[in-house]
Ligand binder design. Sequence first.
Ligand SMILES: [Fe+2]
Ligand SMILES: [Fe+2]
Length: 191
Amino acid sequence: MDFEYYKKLAEAKMGGKRFLHSLMVAEEAENLAKRYHGDIDKAKLAGILHDITKEASLPEQLHLIKKYDIILDDVEKNAKTLLHAITGSAYVFGELKINDTDIKNAIRYHTTGRAGMSLLEKIIFVADFTSAEREYDGVDIMRGLAKQSLEKAMLFGVSFSINDLIRRGMPVHSNAINLYNELVSGKKFTV
Ligand SMILES: [Fe+2]
Ligand SMILES: [Fe+2]
């Protein structure tokens, strides 16, 4: 897993601001992997690549959807922010040939989360909220929670996202609801 190679690729594929975000997410994912005994190399790699298709054009993203026979549900069809997580995982798995299901899923579910997330999935989900360059109301609370427990930070993050979507009259993907329900009830939901 050549982090420097993929770092250069990420830099070439995205603007400076998004690249900086990706770099900071990789750094934060590394910190979280150290804290919670995750795989540091995988965390860094998933971090630097998690938004790899975020600046790809819609036709490029639809090409990936078609090429990899991905079936989008109604919510995914209408939300560009969800699309990049799906096409990003397809790109990393199919085009970059990074043959690692855990990395693929960490990218696939970094926006919505889902019930039953692996440690790596949790690390990337949280790192995307707590990376050093992030600024939003509540980021300090989220960073504090991330030092206590990944699940506490995830509950704060997924609640923040769901509230924000509802406030803006946007659809909420069932994966996010399932994650929220799992975190508040301790029950497992099948994805
Ligand atoms: Fe993203
Ligand atoms: Fe991101």
